[in-house]
Design a protein around this ligand. Structure first.
Ligand code: ADP
Ligand code: ASP
Ligand code: MG
Length: 408
């Protein structure tokens, strides 16, 4: 008898009919002779709706209370899915994050899983129950509710699979798997049969929200192989696993886009030790996540520092930088630019192939799309472009690497 963990996302439980569909899929998996643990998200739109309500009520709602509020979305889903299972005659029990023994650390709204005590789940499985676990939530040692960051039900599923030593972990969603680019944007994107953890991680953290990036990190750390597949059909999906020989033969595995980015440039700063530390320190203190960072020296000897961030952090960044810049130099100037987006090409094959950047930049140039900032890692090249051009840019780069065609 195998133990199978299946995670169903918001769209997959987005209506009562969809919930019935999930219940009958769980029943089928059980009838095939397996023990089944489902991890479910809130019904689509529910988490957003709860956050919107909180923000309408209060300009700066407490993160502790936000966690208490948004975690109710998943609690609705587990009860409904379990009721639908009961209607099909399946012995089943709903399990909250606390009941699943998911202990968290870190901050509210972005808790991290520190430990899972799966004894209650194991006992119920031994009694023959199918379990329906609330994604996205856990509790601290002190008993405070934490949520795990947006898309956090993916993390719950991977962590529960690791804790219960599941034989199979499946992430069931509204697409058939991980594609070479978001299939809603690039129509001829191709479903990948497999992708390495590192590639999935780079894609997820550069905008491919098919998986939450922290969940991929967790899967890599604990060696949880998982499959992303559809909750609406039985097509084989995409396996996410440690890289193996031959994977490097493919230069680019996929392309990600991230919208709503902004750039801040600080000019007129003396080129002296400690300056960057002061500037970035102020931004870190304001809890602003920076993405790309570029510094250079102009011919007048002054330094320029540019960095990108989510555009919703722009106001906070300006406020945090003002006092530091006044202290550093009377000539310091700050320029900001919103309305930009990031395009990333990802592939472990980049380690052993040259000319990738040239192909990417030529494809963008041929479409008359201007590149702003550039950053690279061993397996990623990312550029910023005007947000209005991001979809054309994604299609152009997808075509340039012929990602619609399966590698020979
Ligand atoms: P769920 O609610 O099941 O968690 P998400 O909305 O979080 O689903 O993720 C699925 C969505 O991710 C898809 O509908 C698709 O638009 C988007 N997506 C982005 N990049 C990719 C990609 N490379 N492959 C597949 N889907 C992608
Ligand atoms: N409901 C949460 C969200 O919308 C968690 C999840 O769906 O994975 O982010
Ligand atoms: Mg998701």
């Amino acid at each position: 008898m195998a133990l199978i963990v299946q995670k169903y996302g918001g769209t997959s439980v987005g209506s009562l009919d969809r919930i019935r569909n999930v219940a009958s899929r769980l029943k089928r998996t059980r009838d095939e002779g397996n023990q089944v643990v489902a991890v479910v998200s809130a019904m689509s739109g529910v988490t957003d709706g709860l956050i919107k309500m909180a923000k309408e009520l209060s300009e700066n709602p407490s993160e502790r209370e936000l966690d208490v509020l948004v975690s109710t979305g998943e609690q609705q889903s587990i009860a409904l899915v379990t009721m639908a299972l009961h209607d099909l005659g399946v012995p089943a029990a709903s399990i909250t994050g606390r009941q699943a023994g998911i202990q968290t650390t870190g901050s509210h709204t972005r808790g991290r899983i520190a430990d899972i005590n799966g004894s209650l789940m194991k006992g119920l499985l031994d009694e023959g129950k199918t379990l329906v676990v609330a994604g996205f939530q856990g509790v601290t040692k002190e008993g405070m509710i934490h949520t795990l960051g947006r898309g956090g039900s993916d993390l719950t599923a991977i962590a529960v699979a690791a804790a219960l030593k599941a034989d199979v972990c499946q992430i069931l969603t509204d697409v058939d798997g991980v594609y070479t680019c978001d299939p809603r944007i690039v129509k001829n994107a191709r479903k990948l049969p497999e992708i390495s953890y590192d590639e999935m991680l780079e894609m997820a953290s550069s905008g491919s929200k098919v998986m939450q990036s922290r969940s991929v990190e967790f899967a890599k750390k604990f060696g949880v192989v998982f499959e992303v597949r559809s909750s609406l059909n039985d097509n084989p999906g995409t396996l996410v696993l440690e890289e193996h020989a031959n994977m490097e033969d493919v230069v680019i595995r996929g392309i990600s886009i991230e919208r709503s980015q902004a750039r801040v440039t600080i000019a007129g700063i003396p080129d002296a030790p400690g300056m960057s530390g002061k500037i970035l320190g102020a931004l870190a203190e304001a809890e602003i996540n920076l993405d790309m960072i570029v510094s250079n020296i102009a011919h007048d000897g002054a330094a320029r520092h540019s960095f990108t961030m989510h555009s919703s952090d722009l106001g906070k960044a300006q406020a945090a930088l003002k006092p530091v810049l006044a202290e550093l130099s009377p000539d310091a100037k700050i320029e900001t630019e919103a309305g930009i987006a990031k395009l990333s090409a990802v592939g472990i094959g980049m380690r052993s192939h040259s000319g990738v950047a040239a192909t990417m930049f030529k494809a963008l140039g041929d479409k008359n799309i201007n590149i702003g900032m550039i950053s690279t890692s061993e397996i990623k090249i990312a550029v910023t472009v005007d947000e209005i051009h991001i979809e054309d840019a994604a299609r152009a780069v997808h075509d340039a690497f012929a990602l619609d065609k399966a590698p020979a």
